[in-house]
Design a protein around this ligand. Sequence first.
Ligand SMILES: C[S@@+](CC[C@H](N)C(=O)[O-])C[C@H]1O[C@@H](n2cnc3c(N)ncnc32)[C@H](O)[C@@H]1O
Length: 210
Amino acid sequence: MREQWLKRWREGRIGFHLAQTHPALVRHWKALGVPSRAKVLVPLCGKSLDMRWLSEQAHPVLGVELAPEAIAQFLAQRSGDVSRYHQAGFDIARQGSVELWQGDFFHLHIRQVDEVGAFYDRASLIALPPATRKRYAFHLAQLVPPGAKGLLISLRRCDSDAGPPYSVSHEEIDALFTPNFRLEMLEESAPDERGFAESVWALERRGPLE
Ligand SMILES: C[S@@+](CC[C@H](N)C(=O)[O-])C[C@H]1O[C@@H](n2cnc3c(N)ncnc32)[C@H](O)[C@@H]1O
């Protein structure tokens, strides 16, 4: 799966990328009640402009992405100094208040994200096959502290298991996240021309005794 994603970026097959900030992020982020200036973890971030929007809301951003092309293209969208360093297997580039960590999200360790207070996930689940989605939900729960809030945007289609993009049912999202998060579905769009409906969820990391 890693190779498949790296190949897609090399070949420029990135139909998932939006040329604008995701409207649901703009619609729902404020109401989540994320503390101002909380650092936002963006797993599997691609070159999403949503990271620019979050940083414009005064949130430092930590994006994690496998493909070097995604990171180079994100940085090239803006002029501005880029500082680079390396930490525990990740090549890190910082531009303004956005840090992009190039490497495998599953290798990210809680010690490396101890300042994170919120998260934003658009299209991570649909990028991963079913067994890896379980690992993803568990790993995210390990990385964010109790009380951390986030937005999750996913896709479902009733008639196919092929992917990516994978179809992820509401029942699966519930089963993946309920053990460690409070979860509320905020909206679901009508199906698009490929039959995919997009759903938006508010999550909050539970505490150890909840
Ligand atoms: C469907 S795209 C979504 C990108 C972005 N969130 C957006 O909204 O445009 C999934 C992204 O996850 C990246 N990816 C896949 N597996 C990964 C992993 N294990 N660690 C980090 N990034 C990964 C892919 O390279 C791809 O850019």
